[in-house]
Write a new protein. Structure first.
Ligand code: PLP
Length: 368
């Protein structure tokens, strides 16, 4: 076995698609249309059908998608947005970009997704304009309960599906519950472009129309900027064409990620390590994240053994230096301990069983 290069080896992922992708580039050059064209429109139609939503709109990346979702939902400077602090900071960046205020909600220890009771308390304690719920590591949050709360309180709901393309519960896919949902097609995501890309999904025609205007200078007609908050965030034709090649493979890739998840669950045995809960159809195995109280020691061991690993994510949003303490949070005990304990092991669709066994052996051999 050759050494594993990364927790997610993108070369091994994309290389088998070389004939299809080369054809995309040839056709793209021959067509001579580069931004928001026929490929984007076709991808939007196919991706909406895949997600089970009425509309999908391509944008430049997943963080822009979050910002545009907030703007589309009518969130304004000074408004309060409920979200988690353990999901990489993307939601906070979007909230910060429009001058809104993040209200951090703790996560539950089982899934590390938004805790419904904590959300309920946050909604009671102050006026909240919108909720961003992240389906972290590929596992759907308790989206039914969260949608019910949002509906009862008249609060807009945005699903961040950047790690959960295709996650399915009771026949509904990630991105089909919220008023709006956001996706990233960053190369490491379950559906990844060969560069940056993102999308919004929604069901209401007026919401789709507004988001479409906001992504292109607030235009209601060419060169007529009307909608406040309009900006430029578009998906490239070539990325849309590549995403169209890849979308038909997504379910197979997700199934393989789940199989890797199950295999780790069978092979990993260590008294100092907590494994993630098993994964069903509502989890697309984006990241295999274990928890360990002596993470530094485990990480040093894995580094010595040349086992690729990473930490998603080490710093909760309210402690990021760039926010300079402005986004102080109430005590978030589960979030804080998770940030100190999580460690991500390799998981990508082309990973072999032998490689999963090799990683597992090295983890099991760690002497705490
Ligand atoms: C990757 C990611 C994003 C941001 O996507 P970009 O395309 O990198 O801007 C947002 N939310 C989550 C949960 C992500 O994992």
């Amino acid at each position: 076995m050759k050494p594993l290069k990364a927790i997610n080896d993108l070369f091994r992922h994309n290389e088998p698609l070389e004939p299809e992708i080369s054809k995309v580039f040839q056709d793209f050059l021959a067509r001579g249309w580069y931004v928001l064209g026929a490929e984007v429109t076709a991808f939007e139609r196919e991706f909406a059908a895949y997600c089970g939503t009425e509309y999908a709109l391509g944008v430049a990346n997943g963080t822009d998608a979050l910002e545009l979702a907030l703007r589309t939902a009518g969130v304004e400077a000074g408004d309060r947005v409920a979200l988690v602090a353990n999901a990489g900071g993307y939601g906070t960046f979007a909230v910060n970009a429009i001058g809104a205020v993040p209200v951090y909600v703790d996560v539950d220890a089982f899934s590390l997704n938004m805790d419904v009771l904590a959300l309920e308390r946050a909604l009671q304690a102050s006026s909240i304009s919108a909720i961003i719920v992240t389906h972290l590591y590929g596992r759907l949050a308790n989206i039914e309960e969260i949608s019910r709360l949002a509906r009862d309180k008249g609060v807009k709901l945005i699903e961040d599906c950047a790690q959960a393309h295709g996650a399915l519960r009771d026949g509904k896919k990630a991105g089909s519950w919220g008023d709006l949902a956001t996706f990233s097609f960053y190369p490491t995501k379950n559906l990844g472009a060969l560069g940056d890309g993102g999308a919004l999904t929604m069901n209401a025609p007026d919401v789709a129309e507004r988001a479409k205007q906001l992504r292109q200078y607030g235009w209601t007609q060419k060169y007529r900027s009307t909608v406040i908050g309009g900006r430029n965030s578009r998906l490239d034709e070539v990325q849309a064409a590549i995403l169209r090649v890849k979308l038909p493979y997504l379910d197979r890739w997700n199934a393989r990620r789940r199989a890797i998840f199950d295999l780790y669950g069978k092979l990993l045995r260590h008294p100092q390590i907590t494994l993630p809960a098993p994964c069903g159809p509502d989890h697309v195995g984006h990241l295999y994240v274990i928890r360990c109280g002596q993470r530094d020691s485990l990480s040093a061991h894995l580094r010595t053994m040349q086992v690729p690993h990473d930490i998603h994510f080490p710093v909760p949003d309210h402690r990021q230096e760039m926010f300079n303490g402005r986004f102080a949070a109430d005590i978030l005990p589960v979030t804080e301990s998770a940030c100190n304990e999580v460690l991500t092991l390799p998981c990508f669709p082309e990973m072999t069983d032998e490689e999963v066994e090799w990683v597992s052996q090295h983890v099991n051999q760690w002497e705490a």
